[in-house]
Design a protein around this ligand. Sequence first.
Ligand SMILES: Nc1ncnc2c1ncn2[C@@H]1O[C@H](COP(=O)(O)OP(=O)(O)OP(=O)(O)O)[C@@H](O)[C@H]1O
Ligand SMILES: O=c1ccn([C@@H]2O[C@H](COP(=O)(O)O)[C@@H](O)[C@H]2O)c(=O)[nH]1
Ligand SMILES: [Mg+2]
Length: 201
Amino acid sequence: MAQSKSAIPQVVFVLGPPGSGKGTQCAKLVEEFKFTHLSAGELLRGEITKGSKDGALIQKLMDEGKIVPVDITCRLLYNSMQESSSNRFLIDGFPRNKDNVDGWERIVGDKADVKFCLFLDCPKEVCLSRIMSRHEGRTDDTPEKFKLRIDTYFKETVPIIEHFGTINKLRSIPSDRTIEHVYADVKTAIGSEFEIGKFEP
Ligand SMILES: Nc1ncnc2c1ncn2[C@@H]1O[C@H](COP(=O)(O)OP(=O)(O)OP(=O)(O)O)[C@@H](O)[C@H]1O
Ligand SMILES: O=c1ccn([C@@H]2O[C@H](COP(=O)(O)O)[C@@H](O)[C@H]2O)c(=O)[nH]1
Ligand SMILES: [Mg+2]
């Protein structure tokens, strides 16, 4: 029997330039509501740490600020979704290009219900300043690597964000404000699609 729409996992994609605050806002949503946060970047970094068969390729592409082939990223995301008992996911930092969008359709497609894309809009100068004070030991948090990542963002990810706008699935939030001000708008956007009053903390 076909699954009803409410039984399939509900997904919000969270996009924005590097350092715009995606991880920070997702963490706050997880703290307050029943969302599971899946950061594509974190899952990929996990493969490097584990020394998995894709680890060397992922490391090389990350060093170059490039985007990893979707079969790798989407498999990690979909496996994590299947292993989770949750039904609501924040997918952070994905999809980043057309290959990612097409791969998601092919690999996940109707098996998830993508509600919208939450876009954290932030000037690149603010993003650079934030990643330079992040100090989480990420090898791509340098001005040189930031330049590669932001160039890829403008070239490949901005058209994807625009695509969500054309299909009326984009919620844009200026994120060059305090974490709490951004979060207030994030909650409003989430509340437009989810009955968040009914979520238990
Ligand atoms: N609104 C904000 N104001 C000031 N600092 C912030 C804000 N949001 C996040 N930060 C800080 O900026 C840094 C980057 O935030 P975060 O890691 O959430 O960004 P990100 O979008 O996930 O970045 P990346 O794409 O590189 O993973 C962190 O040190 C975080 O504490
Ligand atoms: O879907 C994705 C997500 C990430 N990457 C690669 O990882 C780094 C870091 O990503 P963050 O979101 O900043 O943690 C990114 O520069 C890409 O190289 C990816 O390829 N695909
Ligand atoms: Mg992040």
